[in-house]
Design a protein around this ligand. Structure first.
Ligand code: NAP
Length: 217
């Protein structure tokens, strides 16, 4: 199986990269910083030219599993009275939503070359509108948008044999999740690998947690 993971240079993406590597799979990782190692690609997910360059590097290589993991959480410290500036909305959506769309669009030919390819989108429990504790409006909205994108792509891609799942990876100790988070990256990645293995055309469009629970929308 060939796997490609965006934002694989640290955090959950790196743990997923290592998990698949340990299982002997062919893993490609992307990083914004320049890369020299084999199977690593420099990718700025907001930049179409960067996608075009990666597309050339991966020409004619089937991809069985694409994991759209790269993401940002820029509005952790914003306040309602005078925070959440428009540029922060634009920057967040460019990575968390447009970046996911561009990645999938770029790699569609590679996914179609594989038989029974899958796409895993890392969203968040913060995408849920039934669970709405308030705050982080930009991040929450972007993760809700990418959940919606994933569910609609699932509908459109079913007839070409590609399954799409959307996932909450847990609250994970990374630069984004912070030191107080509940889960280590290895545990989160192990759970996600298990969930991606269960994704199929029968379950396409699911929104699931890292440990296999259906998530409330
Ligand atoms: N940690 C949690 O508790 C938690 C909970 C729910 C959902 N998530 C989601 O899980 C995913 C991974 O989170 P994490 O905790 O591992 O975050 P992280 O440690 O902050 O890592 C984020 C990764 O995304 C990459 N990235 C950011 N902007 C990018 C861009 N414009 N182009 C390409 N790559 C970019 C980063 O690259 P650089 O190193 O270049 O910045 C890094 O590799 C994210 O989608 C996040 O929203 C995390």
């Amino acid at each position: 199986m060939t796997v490609l993971i965006t934002g694989a240079n640290r955090g959950i993406g790196l743990a997923l990269f290592n998990a698949y590597k340990d299982r002997g799979e062919a893993v490609h990782g992307t990083s914004r910083a320049p890369v020299t190692e084999e199977n690593w690609h420099q990718l700025e997910v907001t930049d179409p030219a960067s996608h075009a360059k990666m597309c050339k590097e991966l020409d004619c290589q089937p991809i069985d599993l694409l994991i759209c993991n790269a993401g940002v959480y820029l509005d952790q410290s914003e306040n309602l009275a005078d925070g959440y500036p428009p540029q922060m909305w634009a920057d967040t959506f460019a990575v968390n939503v447009t970046g996911v769309f561009l990645t999938i669009q770029t790699l569609l030919p590679n996914l179609q070359m594989a038989s029974g390819a899958k796409i895993a989108i890392i969203s968040s429990q913060m995408a849920s509108h039934t669970r709405a504790p308030g705050g982080s409006y930009i991040y929450r909205s972007s993760k809700a948008a990418v959940l919606n994108l994933g569910r609609n792509l699932a509908t459109d891609m079913k007839h070409i044999g590609i399954a799409v799942g959307i996932y909450h990876p847990g609250w994970v100790r990374t630069d984004m999740g912070g030191d107080q988070a509940e889960l280590g990256v290895t545990e989160a990645a192990a759970g996600l690998v298990e969930r991606f293995a269960h994704l199929s055309l029968e379950t396409t469009g699911i929104f699931e947690t890292w440990d296999g629970h259906a998530h409330a929308y």
